[in-house]
Design a protein around this ligand. Sequence first.
Ligand code: DON
Length: 571
Amino acid sequence: MKKGFFFFLIPVLFAFVYKPGNGHQVIYDQGGNAIQKKIICENGAVVSAHPLASKVGLAILKMGGNAVDAAIAIQLALAVVYPNAGNIGGGGFMVARLSNGKQVTIDYREMAPGKAYKDMYLDEKGNPIVEKSLSGHLASGIPGTIAGLFESMKYAKLSFNKLIQPAIDLAEKGFILNDREAKTFNSLKAEFTKYNTVTPVFVNSAGWKAGDTLIQKDLAETLKRIKKDGAKGFYEGQTAKLIVEEMQRGKGIITAEDLKSYKPIVREPHIFKYKGYTIVGMPMPSSGGLLIHQMMKMIENRPLASYGFESPEAVQLMVEVERRAYADRAQFMGDADFIKVPVKQLSSDEYLKKRMEDYVPGKAGNSLLVKPGDIPQHESEETTHLCVVDKNGNAVSVTTTLNNSFGSKTIVAGAGFILNDEMDDFSVKPGSPNLYGAIGGEANSIKAGKRMLSSMTPTIILKNNKPFIIVGTPGGTTIPTSVFQTIVNIIEFNMSTEDAVWKPKFHHQWLPDNVNIEKGFPDATKKVLEAMGYKTVERGGIGRTEVIKVLPNGKFEAVADNRGDDSAEGW
Ligand code: DON
């Protein structure tokens, strides 16, 4: 998504705003889809990055499906209508709180192929060849999404056939593109041409325009094979054959054996208490759960609420907390099945108290432990988050990704889906920044079968042992800070859910040592921070946060981020 394009689009979108009597905000995009930014409802709620996918989720709930059913169907629909990030060629994480009180986390993160090795993206001088881990066939890890969806089926009520059918229909009959989507495809024409061996469906030589219909026949056939043969319809047979052939044409390394041996992993959630709340998040290979734990605990005993939202005192404290957590991320975090991650120590109260001993209110901290690299400022970042809650109290938080927008830009010819570029989330070389400027070391080095460290932070907060807030967002390394700030905004600053999501965010990730601020961040606070010694850098939208909050009367309030076409549905 082009930087600043969102800001251009806002007035265009608001030209279509319609406010029905029930207080819900409805916007019509130029594809004619109703985008609802906030709803309150009783029987179930859904929020995702695309209005058509949210509608699929609502239809599944109304059909008698539970929150897991809806989450599965939404992910499949997103793979069709939101190919920027929705996927079957990528991976993700699901955090669920079931009505029986059980918490489930499923890891379907991509894995390094069997032929992957530590220095595979370095040139003969030992320097990273950035393009190789980001675009084209070699950038892709073994996809995990379909395996993850079938693992999730253990908690679903409806048949998989019912859950995949809306995605098949959307692929086969097509859906209407809005202006933003048409422009995105057009802007990527050169890359789609460069990184593919066969011209993909997203390339239209005459150029796409709003109102055009995108039909994805190959993708529909792939989805039908999955419907017929289950996970084997992806990891074996014709789809696997097409992936391997694509790899061979483009010098990729994923083999039939890699695909056949991919396994999702059911993990113990990362859980901690904050004041009266229980926060349930994703464990390694996501850094999200632990980072939220560290950041929340570092503010817990400080009078943050009294400082006020986006006051210099509050922002400084949160920035310093973010700096410390991200420094630990770079040093210690990676796939805990391969390396020892000292999770207990990093999250102990004693350690976190010590960590803040050098925090000086009114004076900027300093990250000069490692010389900061030349940080690439990428314009696009694509991952996607969805939340679902049903009337029986099941709550699901899923973040799924191709990594960059449209992943590796390589589409499996004949199968119609985009492959991820998740290999770039590994630390390609210690001390060298990845797409998000994140630095890592040995803990996150490449190894066959290892999962790359993620920032994805699907989170569920319980109050009185019941779901209270379901939250998550895309945004690369900004994910944990966006989730952190959204939680703090609601719990500490007592803000409305929409303000908590929509108001400008800021981000610090240890290196580079600067505070990223979104447009609209208060100028007065920016000036005070600069006087304290911080370097501020204005950037495009931070994340696309989705939240469902359970209100005191038991109703569900779903809020979709206004930084994109994100939409909430419910009944
Ligand atoms: O797993 C991760 O941390 C990244 N691959 C996520 C990428 C992302 O959020 C891009 N989206 N905006």
